[in-house]
Design a protein around this ligand. Sequence first.
Ligand code: CTP
Ligand code: 5RP
Length: 418
Amino acid sequence: MLDGECNPDRPPLPRDAGTHRATSVDFPVCVVLPAGGTGERTGLQTPKQFWSFLERPLISYTIDAFERVSWIQDVVVVVAKENLDQMSGIVQRFGHRKVRVVTGGSTRHRSIYNGVQALAEDRPEVVIIHDAVRPFVEEDFLSKITLAAKEHGAAGAIRPLVSTVIATTSEGFLDHSLERAKYRASETPQGFTYEVISQAYQRSSESDLEFGTECLHLALQHCHINAKLIPGPPTLWKVTYRWDLAAAGSIIKEPMLQSACVVSGDSVHAATLITALQKALHMKLHVVTDLSAEKHTFLLKEWNYIQVSVDVCCRSDIEALVTQLEVEKRVLQYPLVIIWLCLNTSNGKSCSTTEGKKPAITDLASSLEHKKILLYGIQLPTPQDSDCWETSVLKVSDLISVLVKERSPALVGQLLQA
Ligand SMILES: Nc1ccn([C@@H]2O[C@H](COP(=O)(O)OP(=O)(O)OP(=O)(O)O)[C@@H](O)[C@H]2O)c(=O)n1
Ligand SMILES: O=C(CO)[C@H](O)[C@H](O)COP(=O)(O)O
């Protein structure tokens, strides 16, 4: 009998607090992501786990949250049979490298059980079970759940109740209300030693698998394991209704609006403009002369890029930036924004030299759209050539904020005037 394995004739010995308590995750950990549901409560045809934000399905964001954690080995994604091909396509398109896809069941428990069984041949020490529709999970909390599961056999995330729980009579009247302070909402991630969760499911009845919703209860009922409960952050909430999708989309987009990488070149005019924009914009600007230097590669994780050009026709500037983004495999995954700031001196040749009837940016933008790069242009005079420089800077700042936030396809390839 393996350590921690359940023996219904003899409940596991109380865990000796003196045993070695791991302080870091130095043992094998795998994840089971139940994603086999239909999302009926959203009222949408598309199951919510496949609902896209910036052309990327919700489940891909969740998987990404686990793939970023170095001590997690495998992520078993459990999807309905009819979604197997779609899920395999998502794994390939977004380069998910830790993922295995298995077929789900008619209920959440049956899906999770299938995922747990998929790990039987190469058993991890701990299995994390996490709803695929909870994309905002952080490594620190995963570590707490995992370490607690290893120490106690089971662990689960909890949140305070936001409504009082009441019991009703069969006629639909209030029978009694529960003392809210004594209860918590059970969330995920949850963690279990492999032995506990596999035994709990092996001992579950058909009724458990058909009607239950709580893995922690199965561990208690079938393995006499009282899960350690750990308060989690509000972002652990489960996307359930349509308005949850709107909230998730807003949280996903939020980091994209906060910063930009500015490629300035070595122009004095550009430096003057950038200094003014750093005061006007409510965004963090990472300014570099060019992105070729090794130390700047972290900036290629940015969602927004501002290329500043002065006078000369600078298509090559944009093409050089796109090449670097392609090397980093940033393109083809989600829309990145490049804003081409064209500063024109009175005696200079305009950056927006038209090629035929359309500004140069229009053709370039069309060639980038299939790469999921949204190219926008803003043209403005240099400080010396403008008696309304401050007004121009404020206009540029407003345009940048809107273009970054809205990522509107309608303005792609347009050369806006500031
Ligand atoms: N047969 C099922 C049912 C649900 N789930 C997954 O369990 C998680 C939590 O379940 P829930 O929020 O209830 O999802 P759905 O069942 O899809 O939602 P609904 O009840 O609104 O249909 C989701 O990631 C869902 O995909 C699953 O893997 N297999
Ligand atoms: O909170 C949970 C912890 O186990 C589950 O996510 C929840 O019970 C799933 O229920 P439903 O499928 O009805 O949304």
